[in-house]
Design a protein around this ligand. Sequence first.
Ligand code: RP5
Length: 172
Amino acid sequence: MSGGKRVGIILGSISDIEQAKKAGAILKELEIPFEVTIASAHRTPEDVKNYSEKAMDRDIGVIIAVAGLSAALPGVIAAHTLLPVIGVPVSAGSLGGIDALLSITQMPPGIPVSSVGIDNGRNGALLAARILAISDKTISVRLVEYMEKQSEKVIRSRQEIEDLPPAPANAF
Ligand code: RP5
């Protein structure tokens, strides 16, 4: 396990649940403990503040904040904790997630949050895993295995190229 550290996933709304499922699947595969809650920067600001302030003492090691539209959630969390915060912008609303992406990445200087791509809960989890892996060798080992599996998948997929001239094996 991750030196006792968990990943905390906060959704701005139940409508963001798909990203938590994607992140959760990765964290389960990597055997990293995590918890999921819903707290809105706009609708339940006190809950966001309290969760963020208590998180470090509750052995949360990194927070994934999933939000759409103006997506203030990751920045507000980061204002209340020193834990690293990973934003996952959600493609909610008429702008397809660009609004959330910009809200998360354009934080004013002083309160940093990171961001993965729009609707990319998987990368949110993988980035969280890399952060925990800094101080947990077992997670590093699992991440290396995960990356090796991805490489093998790409290499196997070369056999599926049909009717097009393949690059020779000695090209790599
Ligand atoms: C944000 O507004 C949430 O993160 C969600 O992505 C978006 C829409 O929320 P709902 O109106 O579906 O609750 O706060």
